[in-house]
Design a protein around this ligand. Structure first.
Ligand SMILES: Nc1ncnc2c1ncn2[C@@H]1O[C@H](COP(=O)(O)OS(=O)(=O)O)[C@@H](OP(=O)(O)O)[C@H]1O
Length: 389
């Protein structure tokens, strides 16, 4: 009797140790599984996301972009997991946590925008995988803020030979001390023949950026989307006003003195528009042939035409054409008819194409007069007349 009780206890103890060994094995296996599928790589990205999302530029669009990039993977995961999918689902969870921590007030908005698309259709955004390598960008959209840089990047992303990082990495201005490997690790994987890209519009006005980009690779192609500096300044002001409704009027910030009409060039919204000055700095490090100047105005009036120039400059087959765009009357901008593989059209988010506040015409005229000589020098230097006067 007593002995059989001992045996039961002994067997139970044996079973318990077998179960714990089994669970330990499962844990070890799971860990190796995630590392093999590259999930361990996502740690720096998570850290990055927290910082990059603090940026001034289209944060909401970036958040939506990141969530959009990850959503198809999540869908696949629930339909039948593959190792690459699992990696992205885990990354999605990590990013979502970071987004929430970063701006809790904005997360529901980002999620709402994202869930608007949950119509059951695939949005067709390609799911990245572990094929290919993470490379430094061969081409960067370096500016200008409010020029139309998001539109350009989103249009380019429909090209099968372009892979781009969705958010703005801000490596060459804010995070340079993180090192080049950190930067490279942010990039999506590309196959041979594909181009890696990113966009950070503040690079164009960052003094240190040209030498830093050159020390990564002096052959990097540089794209600058330029827009009438007066409209650009108003657009910039509109963005700041949307975040800070108590902002003084545009005219009080633009003019040092209303009577003399002296322009305040220390205001960044005006300084950014001195394109020739910023270009001079870049030309100390890169030849003009490595730049492409995209007209922000033509990107709206003739997106296919402008995208043709961009594809030629990047040495890409002309894939993006008229058939990819339609003009959305409500938005007042061209939108993508079929964002790769999807039958559902897509426009840029609400932070793109905001209505501008009324600015007194004499203030706009004063600014036009101010910019004219700078614009003309910019036309000469770039070899293109953008027709802003
Ligand atoms: N297709 C399309 N849809 C929506 N908006 C478009 C498009 N093409 C160009 N634009 C113009 O892009 C302006 C925003 O520029 P950026 O994307 O460079 O802004 S940012 O610097 O990244 O914040 C944005 O400026 P605002 O109109 O002042 O909002 C738009 O005029």
């Amino acid at each position: 009797m007593g002995c059989s009780g001992c045996r039961v206890r002994f067997n139970f103890g044996k079973l318990l140790s077998k179960v714990s060994v089994f669970f330990i094995m499962v844990l070890i296996f799971t860990y190796f599984f995630y590392c093999l599928t590259g999930f361990c790589d996502t740690a720096p990205r998570t850290l990055y996301s927290r910082q990059a999302l603090d940026g001034d530029y289209d944060n909401l669009d970036d958040r939506r972009r990141i969530l959009e990039d990850l959503r198809p993977a999540a869908r696949l995961f629930f339909n039948g997991t593959t190792s690459a999918d699992a990696r992205q689902v885990a990354a999605a969870a990590a990013v979502a946590v970071v987004v929430e921590e970063d701006a809790p007030g904005q997360l529901p908005q980002a999620v709402t925008l994202d869930s608007e698309k949950e119509s059951g259709e695939s949005n067709g955004i390609p799911v990245s995988n572990t094929f290919g390598s993470k490379r430094f960008p061969q081409a960067i959209i370096i500016g200008v803020k409010k020029g139309g840089t998001r539109a350009l990047l989103e249009f380019l992303r429909i090209h099968p030979d372009v892979r781009a990082f969705g958010a703005e990495p801000h490596f060459f201005d804010r995070f340079y001390d993180k090192g080049l490997e950190w930067y490279r690790n942010l990039m999506p994987r590309t196959l041979d023949g594909q181009i890696t890209m990113e966009k950070t519009p503040s690079y164009f006005v960052t003094k240190e950026a040209p030498s830093r980009v050159c020390s990564m690779n002096c052959q990097t192609k540089l794209i600058v989307v330029v827009r009438d500096p007066v409209t650009r300044a108003v657009s910039d002001y509109t963005q700041t006003l949307s975040k800070n409704p108590g902002l003084p009027s545009f005219q009080s910030l633009a003019l040092k003195n209303a009577t003399t009409g002296l322009i305040d060039t220390t205001w960044s919204a005006l300084r950014i528009g001195l394109y020739v000055k910023h270009l001079e700095t870049w030309l100390q490090h890169f030849p003009l042939s490595q730049f492409l100047f995209v007209s922000g105005e033509r990107l709206v009036s003739d997106p296919a035409g402008e995208m043709g120039r961009v594809q030629d400059f990047l040495g890409l087959k002309r894939v993006i054409s008229d058939k990819h765009f339609y003009f959305n009357q409500t938005k007042g901008f061209p939108c993508l008819k079929k964002p790769e593989g999807s039958s559902r059209p897509r426009c840029l988010g609400k932070s793109k194409g905001r209505p501008h506040p009324h600015i007194p015409p004499e203030v706009l005229q004063r600014l036009r007069d101010f910019y004219r000589p700078f614009n003309h020098r910019f036309y000469q230097m770039s070899g293109q007349d953008f027709g802003w006067d």
